[in-house]
Ligand binder design. Structure first.
Ligand code: C2E
Ligand code: MG
Ligand code: MG
Ligand code: MG
Length: 283
């Protein structure tokens, strides 16, 4: 026991390392090797236009298939990847993989916009624009087909700098979505100046849409705000027919959610697009 051993407290801390932090350390060590070991994969979730019932795009969502830990959720490893800055190469890999896939589908006659989540760490990187430009060049994807999803927290920290970066992304041709809109701290004054093209209504407001008049008011306000600022709306996490009906009534343009499809591997996506577009009555 380290008690009374003066400065030599190492063994004390060693004993005190609980299993949670041991897991974290193990996770972090393995995370450093995910790219060389080729353990990441990207799933794609369809985005559906409520006006046409057609799939107009997909969102790329990363997964870590670890032989040791199983399928690790991005909610678990993205924060760790951000702390260690591993998110820079990981995010770049996701973006390149998604762009290549978009071009492949395009060549097969499946024209879909590709939404990719961008961490605030990536967003703040001084080489962001160069990296994105290089990936678009390398893959041959049109910037107009790419939509970058950012959270409010990435934007509000330094709003003036953020506006400048967003303007550069917009002049490349990329769309910009604010993800999980309404859950962060973005001020409406800034929102007005951000050259954003899409607001994504967070799943927490969609969940109880049918029974919670507060959530309904929020969803309605986000749609109205987006319309007035010339932005589109996407509702995330739509699971029930009732939610869909309300979102349609509110004038929300696009939806994503398990009611249409979970995120799926690339090879399963074309069949799902056809099923949704054909208007499967089971939905
Ligand atoms: P997000 O970008 O808001 O993505 C939406 C999440 O909701 C996804 O979780 C998706 O699988 C889930 N979802 C979609 N429809 C439904 C539904 O109807 N019901 C429910 N219960 N969930 C639904 P996922 O894939 O686990 O990703 C979680 C978060 O991890 C993402 O939230 C995003 O913030 C982050 N993430 C995922 N991939 C990446 C990535 O490549 N880069 C970065 N920086 N973050 C990523
Ligand atoms: Mg997203
Ligand atoms: Mg979201
Ligand atoms: Mg979300």
């Amino acid at each position: 026991h380290a008690k009374g051993e003066g400065k030599n407290t190492f063994s004390f801390f060693d004993e005190e390392l609980n299993s949670a932090s041991r897991n974290r350390i193990a996770l972090e060590q393995r995370l450093r090797q995910v790219l060389e070991k080729n353990e990441l994969l990207v799933l794609y979730q369809p985005k559906i236009s409520l006006a046409t019932g057609k799939v107009t795009g997909v969102e790329a969502l990363v997964r870590w298939n670890s032989p040791e830990f199983g399928m690790v959720s991005p909610l678990r490893f993205i924060p760790l990847a951000e702390e260690t800055r591993m998110i820079i190469p990981i995010g770049e890999w996701v973006l390149e993989t998604a762009c290549r896939q978009q071009v492949l589908w395009q060549e097969q006659g499946l024209s879909l916009t590709m939404a990719v989540n961008l961490s605030s760490v990536q967003f703040k990187s001084p080489t962001l624009i160069e990296r994105i430009t290089a990936i678009l060049d390398k893959t041959g994807m049109l910037a107009e087909q790419l939509e970058l999803e950012l959270t409010e927290s990435a934007l509000v920290e330094k709003p003036n700098e953020a506006t400048w970066i967003l303007e550069q992304l917009r002049s490349l041709g990329c769309g910009i979505a604010i993800d999980d809109f309404g859950t962060g701290y973005s001020s409406l004054a800034y929102l007005k100046n951000f050259p954003v093209t899409v607001l994504k209504i967070d799943r927490t407001f969609v969940r109880d849409l049918a029974h919670d008049s507060g959530d309904r008011a929020i969803a309605q306000s986000v749609v109205a705000l987006a319309n007035n600022l010339d932005m589109q709306t996407v509702a995330e996490g739509v699971e029930q027919q009732e939610q869909l009906a309300i979102l349609r009534e509110l004038g929300c343009a696009f939806v994503q959610g398990f009611i249409y499809s979970r995120p799926v591997p690339a090879d399963e996506l074309p069949a799902i697009v056809h099923t949704i577009t054909a208007g499967d009555e089971s939905l």
